[in-house]
Design a protein around this ligand. Structure first.
Ligand code: BGP
Length: 493
């Protein structure tokens, strides 16, 4: 089968993992600029200093673990640490070469994020940094020259550091208007050049990695709930602003979607799945559905969480829901109340319960193409808003073969099956899917581990885990394969 002519094929990136130039062009520091590298087994850390000059580091990790950040410290660059975002894979200096490569593959769309602190070095400066605005302007012009629509994330874990130091995170209501001002500034500046926007990358990261998602320095359930609330309101205000500034603009939600399966047919396992789905779809219920769901109020009641809210916030949430719903999806998880059983069958590993029917990569991520069809159907049935897969892909430690090429047949196999699943959702189930942007279309720094060796790209970049390498770009086998997929509108996989 094939995808419609207007289908937005492309690839996705994020400034903090790709852009580099961390102290160039008037840019201020952001949340990730003070985060060190980690590994598959070691968490990444935020480095900090105290007024008395003491320095240290605290782990940040995915999975809702408490961030042990001292109350009297502020995040800071500390000598002796390696910060992978500083150069990343240097889009800042390679954007012309890189966009040319994307165009060669036939991209219709290119996803990137604005580095908020490149536009407002302190997050809320009275005037934006013209050099920062001009940089993305050149990028967007070039995208259009190549016939690629930019898809722009306003905040992909790049909260300006100065705001974090002053407010200690998104649970401070002042963040709402600061974000609205940032959004309005770029909507006005890029009017006519950027049609598609996303407000917060993986908005549910607030729960899973509060440092990245919410810039939270004092992590607890109350702050996470308030942080999410403030981002919802800020996002609704951004939707309102975009429509006022340019009715052509479409603003989407972005969710990290990981379907979960029950390990056994014990109904108790299915209840775990229900609760998992609720905690993930809570974010879409608000941003796409326009209201806080009842299960979430009950949860807050049980946990003694009280929101600092205003009646008009709920009007905003209701009236300015998103225009489309986008999500990342890499694979699925498994839940069970039968851990002993799972362990006895060898299905309990480092990353929880393993699905014996699925393969995993070296980082323990289970490859599950069919979960795309499941995710698309769930979201379509629940909201009937246009959908967009803005992240999907597989991390692999690619090697350059003796012939100087990268033969990434495992990536082609993964993408073939995932695109087929998407095709099923569109052509069998009738889901309205706007586009597909494969994550990390060019190699970039891993978000979870800070490694370079966890590569996703169609294009290899010569750089290692410690920042060594020529930064040379080499198209992988999957580059030529994806070109053919786009050319054939997805019918030649
Ligand atoms: C998502 C993020 C991306 C990206 C991706 C892959 O959570 O939105 O920024 O990095 O995951 O994760 P990782 O880089 O940890 O493999």
């Amino acid at each position: 089968m094939a995808f419609k002519e207007s289908f937005l094929w492309g690839g996705a990136t994020a400034a903090n993992q790709y852009e580099g130039g961390f102290d160039e062009g008037g840019k201020g520091l952001n949340a990730i600029d003070v985060v060190t590298n980690g590994s598959a087994t070691e968490p990444r850390c935020v480095t900090w200093k105290k007024a008395d000059g003491t320095t240290g580091k605290s782990p940040i990790s995915w999975g809702g673990e408490y961030l042990d950040f001292p109350a009297d410290a502020e995040p800071a660059l500390v000598d002796g640490f390696y910060y992978p975002s500083h150069t990343a894979t240097d889009f800042y200096h390679h954007y012309e070469e890189d966009l040319k490569l994307m165009a060669e593959m036939g991209f219709k769309c290119f996803r990137l994020s604005l580095n908020w602190s490149r536009i407002f070095p302190n997050g809320d400066d009275p005037e934006p940094n013209q050099e920062g605005l001009a940089f993305y302007d050149k990028v967007f012009d070039l995208c259009h020259q190549y016939g690629m629509e930019p898809l722009v994330t306003l905040s992909h874990y790049e909260t300006p550091l100065s705001l974090m130091i002053r407010f200690r995170g998104w649970h401070d209501r002042r963040m709402i208007d600061i974000f609205e001002n940032y959004a309005k500034t770029v909507f006005k500046y890029y009017k006519g050049k950027v049609k598609y926007w996303l407000t917060f990358n993986e908005i549910n990261a607030m729960e899973m990695c509060p440092y990245m998602g919410g810039g939270l320095l004092d992590d607890n359930a109350q702050n996470r709930a308030q942080g999410a609330y403030n981002q919802f309101v800020a996002s609704a205000k951004a939707v309102r602003a975009a429509h006022e500034i340019d009715p052509e603009m479409m603003v989407g939600q972005m969710l990290a979607y990981q379907p979960a399966y029950a390990y056994t047919c014990d109904p108790a396992d299915q209840v775990l799945v229900l609760e998992h789905d609720q905690q993930m779809l809570f974010y879409t219920d608000v941003q796409s559905g326009g209201r806080y769901p009842d299960y979430q109020w009950k949860k807050y009641e049980r946990e003694g969480i009280k929101l600092d809210d205003e009646p008009e916030d709920y009007e905003l949430l209701k009236n300015y829901t998103v225009d489309f719903l986008s999500f990342s999806c890499y694979g699925s998880g498994v839940l069970t109340t039968h851990e002993t059983e799972a362990k006895a069958s060898g299905n309990l590993g480092m990353n929880g319960v393993k699905n014996p029917y699925l393969e995993t990569n070296a980082w323990g991520w289970a490859t599950d193409p069919q979960c795309l069809r499941l995710a698309l159907n769930t979201l379509w049935d629940r909201y009937h808003k246009p959908l967009w897969i803005v992240e999907n892909g597989i991390g692999w430690n690619d090697q350059i073969a003796e012939d100087g090429k990268i033969h990434d047949d495992y990536r082609i196999k993964y993408l073939q099956a995932n695109i087929q699943s998407m095709d099923d959702a569109v052509n069998i189930d009738g889901v309205d899917l706007m586009g597909y942007t494969m994550w990390g279309c060019i190699d970039l720094v891993s978000n979870g581990t800070g490694e370079m060796k966890k590569r996703y790209g169609f294009v290899y970049v010569d750089r290692d885990d410690r920042g060594n390498g020529s930064l040379k770009r080499i198209p992988k086998d999957s580059f030529y394969w994806y070109k053919k997929v786009i050319e054939s509108k997805g019918s030649d996989l």
